[in-house]
Write a protein that binds this ligand. Structure first.
Ligand code: FMN
Length: 149
């Protein structure tokens, strides 16, 4: 049995997870709901990237003993064009994981607290930070990979 487990702060990763869920017919669950990982043999994990850090990494580390025996695909949501590799993002992961970085969004009006402040400061110098590139068409390859999992 397969599942899409994701975390999100502003909704973009949830949007991708729900599109993927509808296309690949795999349930999507927010990790806040504390899903029973042991039930699944194939997992697609979705995470936003904040300050070059995968938001899901702490949860993955906590559950790594249960996760490592399973087939895993990771997708990330972020606005940087190059997200590097899984080895760089999760150096403690000791198995091959297929990785799909997806374009994200930053809308200043939606951000809260320190996120707004950081994005506001960066966006003064780098206008390319503020954008919305979340589109269903970006998950074509991910859908194929999820169906094969
Ligand atoms: C404070 C802040 C830091 C961010 N840092 C990164 C980053 O390091 N790399 C990146 O690709 N995107 C970065 N982003 C963009 C987010 O990853 C993007 O907004 C993403 O769509 C958020 O996903 P979510 O809506 O599922 O929370 C940052 C956004 C904010 C507000």
């Amino acid at each position: 049995m397969k599942a899409i487990l994701y975390t999100t702060k502003y909704g973009a990763t949830r949007e991708y997870a729900e599109w993927l869920s509808a296309a690949a017919k795999i349930p999507s669950i927010d990790i806040k709901q504390d899903p029973d990982i042991a039930r699944y043999d194939g997992l697609i994990l979705g995470t936003p990237v904040f300050a070059d850090h995968f938001r899901i990494s702490k949860w993955m580390k906590t559950h790594w003993n249960t996760l490592k025996g399973k087939e895993i695909i990771i997708f990330s949501t972020g606005v940087k064009p190059n997200q590097g590799t899984i080895k760089e993002a999760l150096p403690w992961v000791d198995k091959e994981i297929s990785y799909h970085p997806l374009p994200g969004r930053v809308i200043l009006e939606e951000l809260r607290g320190i996120d707004w402040l950081i994005a506001r400061i960066i966006s003064i110098k780098d206008k390319s930070l503020v954008k919305d590139e979340v589109r269903q068409e970006h998950i074509k390859e991910l859908i194929k990979a999820a169906k094969k999992l």
